[in-house]
Design a protein around this ligand. Sequence first.
Ligand code: NAP
Ligand code: G4F
Length: 325
Amino acid sequence: MTKSAFITGITGQDGSYLAEFLLAKDYEVHGLVRRASTLNRSRIDHLHDPRLHLHYGDLTDGVSLVNLIHAIQPDEVYNLGAQSHVKVSFEMPEYTASTDAVGTLRLLEAIRAAGIDTRFYQASTSEMFGATPPPQNETTLFYPRSPYGAAKLYSHWVTVNYREAYDLFAVSGILFNHESPRRGESFLTRKVTLGVASIKLGITDHLTLGNLEAVRDWGYAKEYVEGMWQMLQHDEPQDYVLATGIGTTVREWCQYAFAHAGLDWEEHVRYDGAYERPTEVDALIGDASKARDVLGWKPETDAQGLAKLMVDADLEQMSRLLGRS
Ligand code: NAP
Ligand code: G4F
């Protein structure tokens, strides 16, 4: 029988890859979209599929969630919607908490109110480890360093609680940074690859960044959404880390990306303290051995390979826009 899934955050990086993945598996896919004054669906515009249904709603609007879950009765719910930018969360802490923390509670309550037997995935994050040094796995102490990390930690624990209190099949995927050509333009990796393409094509000659010393474990988003689905197919609801296990500094990411376009990063990168956060997460490096052993999940793309594919995609797209391809 055809399965159905409900995805919050379907217009985002992960939501768009997950929708593609589930449609290829013959799911009926329902996505929550926010009303905006201009359409915000560029990542899913290519999905012309009668099995894809989009519904207006918002994680800050509990009534919309109750009505949609009641009407759709999905087999699986993926809660990927969030105000996902760490630095922005210092500027909009209350909105971030309402979306990223209470939003999860609203969705869980909508599932409970509908009384349906659904499997629930929560998009937890390595940001919850914050100040606790690497390597980080499912048993590592949480110590968030931003309103975003704190809000996500609430969602993580309320997901655990609904699993234990109401016997809901609810899991948290604690995902380390994952990127792609669809990554939002203000996140570090994409900001750099877009900067490389602009410099290479002569549109600008420099790129301005903040902290170059932070270490992140960067993987490929397309591989991570498959892990989300695998977590919901297992017999038992459990939490898992997804990561590559390799730490890369922001400085090294710049080296990889600029070198791939034949450029020297030191000639083009400038510093501006405005991009620093009030509290930084110095180092995130994940240990995904549980996902490998229990689910058979394994990442294939490392940071260097990812930098290359993102630079290539941005160069191609920008050349096309400039009419040079
Ligand atoms: P993203 O590209 O920023 O997408 C976020 C999605 O959430 C967008 O579809 C956005 O809609 C939607 N959204 C924002 N506020 C909402 C609200 N109030 N109600 C409903 N939807 C809302 O994020 P991503 O990189 O795909 O990440 C997916 C999820 O994984 C997020 O929860 C993120 O926090 C988490 N996560 C990401 C990473 C990573 O490295 N990418 C790592 C760990 C965890 P609009 O398009 O309308 O803005
Ligand atoms: O790309 P970032 O903004 O990602 P960050 O803060 O690690 O958060 C991402 O990963 C989390 C998983 O750990 C997700 F939960 C979250 O939703 C998001 O997807 O910054 C990466 C690093 C930081 O240390 C930052 O200080 O790059 C440093 N950085 C240096 N200059 C910069 C910049 N980050 C951004 N965005 N812009 C800069 O100019």
